[in-house]
Design a binder for this molecule. Sequence first.
Ligand SMILES: Cc1cc2nc3c(=O)[nH]c(=O)nc-3n(C[C@H](O)[C@H](O)[C@H](O)COP(=O)(O)O)c2cc1C
Ligand SMILES: C=C(O[C@@H]1CC(C(=O)O)=C[C@@H](OP(=O)(O)O)[C@H]1O)C(=O)O
Length: 388
Amino acid sequence: MRYLTAGESHGKQLTTIVEGVPSNMPLHREDINASLLRRQKGYGRGKRMQIEKDLAEITSGVRHGYTLGSPISLVINNDDFRHWVNIMGEDPPEERQKSRRAVSRPRPGHADLNGALKYGHRDMRNVLERSSARETAARVSAGAIAKTLLKQLGIDITGYVKEIGGITAEENTSLAAAERERISEESPVRTLDDNAEKPMMDAIDQAKKDGDSLGGVTEVYVEGMPAGIGSFVQYDRKLDSRIAGNVVSINAFKGVEFGLGFEAARQNGSDVHDEIAWDETTGYYRKTNRLGGFEGGMTTGMPIVVKGVMKPIATLYKPLKSVDIETKEPFSASIERSDACAVPAAAVVMEHVVAFELANALTEQFPNDQFPKLKQAVEDYRNEIRWF
Ligand SMILES: Cc1cc2nc3c(=O)[nH]c(=O)nc-3n(C[C@H](O)[C@H](O)[C@H](O)COP(=O)(O)O)c2cc1C
Ligand SMILES: C=C(O[C@@H]1CC(C(=O)O)=C[C@@H](OP(=O)(O)O)[C@H]1O)C(=O)O
């Protein structure tokens, strides 16, 4: 499976094309829209999210609620486009086009300057429009299709917030614990709007007051992946590395950990590796899951536990210094709107990005044009490895 996205942040719409989804898999736009709605929630987001109401329209590849095996295309409208027609429209009236100011002031922490240098754009709007995390809505729509596939194979995946601005979700009341309990439900990632997460919300409020922003740690937890998915035989077939690359491809993500992650560097081997056991119902399993579900680039059959690190939002009300590319003069970046913290939304994005890579690995390992046959092949494999 693979997908491509297209679309500018304030352009007309986002487009996603997903290829390689087998035929005869039930798929409903409601499932995709539920995911999109979750991505829009979360304490700390700016005014843009009040304007958008993300809904995906399936424009090809699905008929009467089943996939056809042909490419699935999806479109999501940018409701904000109506405010940007003169700037982002294909054919704005000429007099307005003349009065339109080029963006010549690159924002630190964004793609603006590097993208301008690379593509030769003196108007950095040509960079920032596409580099915006608006694109993550399209990625979630692709991931929602993958999640539908995984769910029908008995694989549940959920993403949640672990940490914001150095404040960790407490284990007992945490988003993590609550989410794990509800893992097989529709998994509405909590949106930092109840008392358990009050310290995080306070920290976001304080950052906002200070004109600052916060990052954090998100975690994705996957149950039900059979052992042996991925491969050790070639570097680019290692599934953990493919997941890591995909996580870091999300806007503002700077690091990934599996299981104990960086903590493993500070432990003895006997406190890091997971002993192997077997019983009739489960087959092989690990007594602990400190490695987070991967050994040798392949799944172990234990839950996959992967964390992502999101840097604080780059656009700050407390302006950072930069240089105007026309005058070469320094300036302080001023802004009109931005998120103060997008970690809850990013947890949903990460969940969908990981889901896609898992679905991709499964369809590679059990290639079949027809979903019911793929499902049977996965079931046969599960039975086979239980008694291996
Ligand atoms: C869901 C989400 C929302 C984001 N919202 C903003 C925002 O409002 N302002 C901002 O400066 N960056 C925001 N970002 C991050 C930027 O898109 C990102 O930092 C920028 O494109 C540069 O890419 P890099 O940080 O991966 O190097 C957001 C990221 C995500 C995942
Ligand atoms: C539009 C989304 O996120 C945007 C990502 C983003 C950025 O710089 O990445 C900047 C903000 O956009 P704007 O400049 O229009 O306020 C966010 O709202 C979204 O998540 O759908």
